[in-house]
Design a binder for this molecule. Structure first.
Ligand code: 13P
Ligand code: SF4
Length: 303
């Protein structure tokens, strides 16, 4: 039986032989992060997907991330590491419901958080990620915005760029929305000297308490550049695990032990191995119209 190290060695060997690029979202477990060619937030992954020279990419993450990679590199073979790994928030809005909202708000620019299906992106003007949203909205000429599907990221943008009119839907990330103000009060009382770092998918009353609000990569970058020694991490708890590996002398506490994304946790090292053997994962296939429509929305973000 292979142990973790043996399996990692096999994966690295197969990856090289078959010329495959492995992309991993930062919510993957540490054993997967160690064998990935690139680890990052949604924005970093989408840029990396475009630049990777390999013709086959295994995306260790959730479906919308693999779709984004396919939209940016339609000529490549894109494998989602686990067929069942989806993001519940990405599917919160039906395409028909979005069409109806657009009819009611004919002057609004429709902004899609990257956590949306490819079909929804086809109906939107521009995509944003947690790392790019504030900057992109700031530079937008139009003053009226329909922001889908995350009202929490939307509210965070609104706070940073208040001189626009925003419309939100009733949605959000079920994992980050599970963090409450009481969790913040409790964590701060236990660790009064720790800096509080929060993902913008958290509720308004939680982000309002933060010392820093940013994407997964932003949170890790904050720690890298900080002289502080203690941090409370308000996002999926894999980030706590990665930070503990990277900075063993510093202290990291999860803001809530419930902040675990079960979809992100579906992919195992064995799944990655099986993808490389051609007996696991799912190849992402999108029709020509979807590729074209969603590409416009993503290109408007990247340019
Ligand atoms: P990031 O872009 O910050 O990695 O966020 C993606 C995500 O799904 C967070 O829940
Ligand atoms: Fe989706 Fe939330 Fe999981 Fe991120 S943490 S993939 S937004 S359900």
């Amino acid at each position: 039986m292979l142990n973790t190290t043996d399996l990692q060695k096999e994966i690295l060997k197969l990856k090289k032989e078959k010329c495959v690029c492995i992309l991993a979202h930062a919510y993957m477990t540490h054993d997967i992060i160690e064998i990935a060619d690139y680890v990052g937030d949604s924005f970093g992954l989408s840029k990396q997907a475009k630049e990777a020279p390999e013709k086959t990419i295994i995306m260790c993450g959730v479906r919308f991330m693999a779709e984004t990679v396919k939209i940016l590199s339609p000529e490549k073979t894109i494998i989602l590491s686990h067929p069942e790994a989806g993001c519940p928030m990405a599917e919160q809005l039906e395409v028909d419901e979005l069409k109806r909202l657009k009819k009611d708000l004919p002057n609004a620019t429709v902004i899609a958080y990257v956590n949306t299906t490819a079909a929804l992106k086809c109906e939107c003007d521009m995509c944003v990620t947690s790392a790019s949203a504030v900057e992109l909205v700031k530079n937008l000429e139009n003053d009226e915005i329909l922001f889908i599907p995350d009202p929490n990221l939307g509210s965070f943008v609104k706070k940073a760029v208040p001189n626009k009119k925003y419309h939100f839907i009733n949605g959000g990330c079920p994992v980050h929305m599970g963090i409450s103000y009481e969790d913040v009060a409790y964590a701060k009382s236990k660790h009064p000297n720790a800096k509080l770092l929060i993902h913008p998918e958290c509720k308004k009353e939680v982000t309002a308490c933060a010392d820093y609000v940013g994407s997964t990569t932003g949170i890790m970058g904050f720690v890298k550049n900080s002289e502080e020694n203690e941090f409370i991490i308000g996002t999926e708890n894999s980030i706590v695990e990665h930070l503990k590996f990277e900075y063993p002398d510093k202290k990291f506490y999860p803001l809530s032990k419930k902040c675990v994304c079960s979809d992100m946790k579906l992919t195992t090292l064995v799944d990655v191995y099986n993808c490389l053997l051609g007996i696991g994962g799912e190849e992402i296939l999108l029709d020509a119209d979807t590729l074209k429509g969603a590409r416009k929305c993503i290109d408007n973000m990247l340019k």
